[in-house]
Every structure is written in structure tokens, then in C-alpha cells.
Design a protein around this ligand. Structure first.
Ligand code: G4P
Length: 317
């Protein structure tokens, strides 16, 4: 699988520039990430722009994620400078209180002074940011960027006498450098179904689940012994489900849709698609990909330069 998933509509570019502009004024950043893919749903821009500003990482949809890995991720994230992390699930009551408390602990000098703690909240589309904002505000707030009448893509939401939230539209980044992250974002519903080849994403997902969650697959799709490859798995599971086309051929595409939908809804079980150890090795891979792309770019520039020189020489002759 070599396809890289790219998804960056124009309005996200505008939002990105606006975030760059207001970041220096902010006291705290809340980044809502997906507990099933804490690495792939993290916006690289946050790390670049926040400097020494504290960030609270909310591992949302923790009810769908593997609880042991969620704990491992929290520890890994909190080992970074100025990072607090917490899991958050469907019932947000306890977490909301903790988030408010944390913001005040991080900026004690502003509490009770009338000067507001400015909190920027961001997260990829569909991560559950609006649901969290509504819980924090205690009322329904229109989604930022979804209101045609709102010209700015940010909006300010008063949380209490001390905290004001700066909401931003759900956004991805210009280039998802790690192809695995692209597939995981697609598998969990972070990028639109139209932005990728569904069969590739389902294949990637099945490959991982066969290795990491064999018992869940066996239970759900009534398979005694799991096969080695994704397509054999779709074939076997599809047959067990009676997904047959004319001539008795298994509808593997339909089966791949079922797998991804059941992963997204949590029917398959509590699953996390990446571990802190995978992050470390994939970051090395991304650095290598970046270096290779840089070498290619340099070589192209050099070739262009030589072509120009040759053309000039020919003109002189
Ligand atoms: P966004 O602003 O980041 O785009 O996300 P939004 O809050 O609209 O939430 C996207 C979907 O995620 C919603 O489901 C929402 O209910 C669900 N969601 C939010 N937080 C959690 C969570 O902690 N756990 C789980 N399991 N789901 C969560 P939807 O199907 O799009 O809509 P609906 O179910 O609310 O009708």
C-alpha cells in the first residue's frame, strides 16, 4: 500500500493562519485527540506553535479505546514538557470539572482577578470537540465554521467568570506525512470516506487487528483460526456472515465495510490502533521519508540549475 491520504480543504488553510495569529495571546491549549489514535490525531502544528504554553490533551472517545493503552498513552504524553493528559468518554461530567480545575491550576495568577484565562481548543474533525464544548459550557453552542453568518472562523465561549474558550474549526494539516496515520485517521472516521481508497484502509485495518486483537476478531466473526492476510480474513469472515454474490463468490468489499463500521461504532470491542512504541519507530520512519524527499528536491533543483547553465552556454556558442 503506497497511497498517502491527503485532505486539506481551503477553509482549513484560513483557520490555520488564524490560529497562528492568536496563539501568542493564549494561556492554555486544549487539544482534543482520539483515544484510539492518540499519535495520528495529534496536530503537529500544536507542538510547533505552542512553545512553552501548557497543553491539555483530551483523549476523547476513550469508551471505544483499549483502556490499558489509553493509560500507557497518558503516561507517555505527560512525560513531555508542559503536557497534561486525560481520558474522556461519553459521560463528560467528571472530566469537564477536571478540565476547568486544571486550567485554573495552570494559570493561578488570573483566577478571581477579572482577567480571563484564554483557552484555545482544537481538534481534528469529528473527534468530539463540539460535544466537549457543550459539556464545558453547559449549553448547546453552534459549531464553529458551520454557521454561514460567522465571518471569523473562531468563536469565543464563556465557560465561567475565569475562563473563556476560543473555538476553532475542526482541522487536519496540509500533509499527513505518515501513511499509516492517514489510514488510521480514515479507519476511525477522522477523514471523509471520499478522501481515500476504502479497500486500502480496510485492508490496513484488518492487517493490524489480526496481529493486535486476534481474539476480538475470532469472537465477532466466528473464526476458529485466523488467516495471515487481510484478504483471506475478509473471505473467511464474509463467508461466515453469508455475504455471497452470484456464483457463491464472497462479497469481500461488503465485509471490509462491515469491519470498518464495527470498528468505528465500538461493536468489535475496545480497540486502539497504535501504541507509544509504534509512535517512536514511526517517527524515525517519517524522519527518513522527509530526508529522502529533501534529497529528491535538492537533486531536482540541481538538475534545473545544470539545464539552465547548459542552455546559457549553448546560446553563447
Ligand atoms: P466535532 O465537533 O469534533 O466534529 O465532533 P462532534 O462533537 O460533533 O462529535 C462527533 C461524533 O462523536 C458524534 O457522533 C458524537 O456523539 C461522538 N462523540 C463525541 N464524544 C464522544 C465520546 O466520548 N465517545 C463516543 N463514543 N462518541 C463521542 P455522531 O454519530 O456524529 O452524532 P450523534 O451520535 O451525536 O448523533
Amino acid at each position: 500500500m503506497t497511497q498517502t491520504i491527503q485532505w486539506f480543504p481551503g477553509h482549513m488553510n484560513k483557520a490555520r493562519n488564524e490560529i497562528k495569529e492568536i496563539m501568542p495571546e493564549m494561556d492554555v491549549v486544549i487539544e482534543v485527540i482520539d483515544a484510539r489514535i492518540p499519535y495520528s490525531s495529534e496536530n503537529p502544528m500544536v507542538a510547533r506553535l505552542r512553545g512553552q504554553k501548557p497543553v491539555i490533551k483530551i483523549l476523547n472517545k476513550a469508551d471505544l479505546a483499549d483502556p490499558h493503552l489509553t493509560q500507557a498513552w497518558i503516561e507517555q504524553l505527560e512525560s513531555q514538557d508542559q503536557v497534561k493528559a486525560m481520558a474522556c468518554d461519553d459521560n463528560k461530567t467528571v472530566e469537564v470539572k477536571r478540565i476547568v480545575q486544571l486550567c485554573k491550576q495552570l494559570m493561578p495568577s488570573k483566577v478571581g482577578t477579572g482577567r480571563k484565562i484564554k483557552v484555545l481548543i482544537m481538534g481534528i474533525p469529528n473527534v468530539g470537540k463540539s460535544t466537549l464544548i457543550n459539556a464545558l459550557a453547559g449549553r448547546a453552542i453552534a459549531k464553529t465554521g458551520d454557521e454561514p453568518a460567522v465571518t471569523k472562523s473562531q468563536q469565543l465561549i464563556k465557560i465561567d467568570d475565569d475562563i473563556v474558550l476560543y473555538d476553532t474549526p475542526g482541522m487536519l494539516w496540509p500533509k499527513i506525512e505518515n501513511p499509516n496515520s492517514g489510514y488510521r485517521l480514515a479507519a476511525t472516521g477522522g477523514v471523509k470516506d471520499t478522501a481515500f481508497d476504502f479497500a486500502d484502509v480496510a485492508g490496513f485495518t484488518a492487517d493490524y487487528l489480526i496481529k493486535a486483537y486476534p481474539e476480538l476478531l475470532k469472537d465477532r466473526y466466528k473464526i476458529e483460526e485466523l488467516p495471515q492476510t487481510d484478504w483471506e480474513f475478509f473471505e473467511m469472515a464474509g463467508r461466515n456472515r453469508g455475504l455471497l454474490k452470484r456464483g457463491g463468490i464472497v462479497d469481500t468489499y461488503r465485509m471490509s465495510e462491515i469491519l470498518v463500521n464495527e470498528l468505528r461504532s465500538g461493536t468489535l470491542g475496545r480497540i486502539t490502533l497504535e501504541t507509544p512504541a509504534m509512535r517512536e519507530s514511526e517517527e524515525v520512519m517519517v524522519a527518513e521519508l522527509r530526508a529522502a524527499a529533501e534529497v529528491k528536491k535538492e537533486a531536482k533543483l540541481e538538475e534545473k540549475r545544470l539545464r539552465r547553465l547548459r542552455a546559457r552556454k549553448n546560446r553563447k556558442n
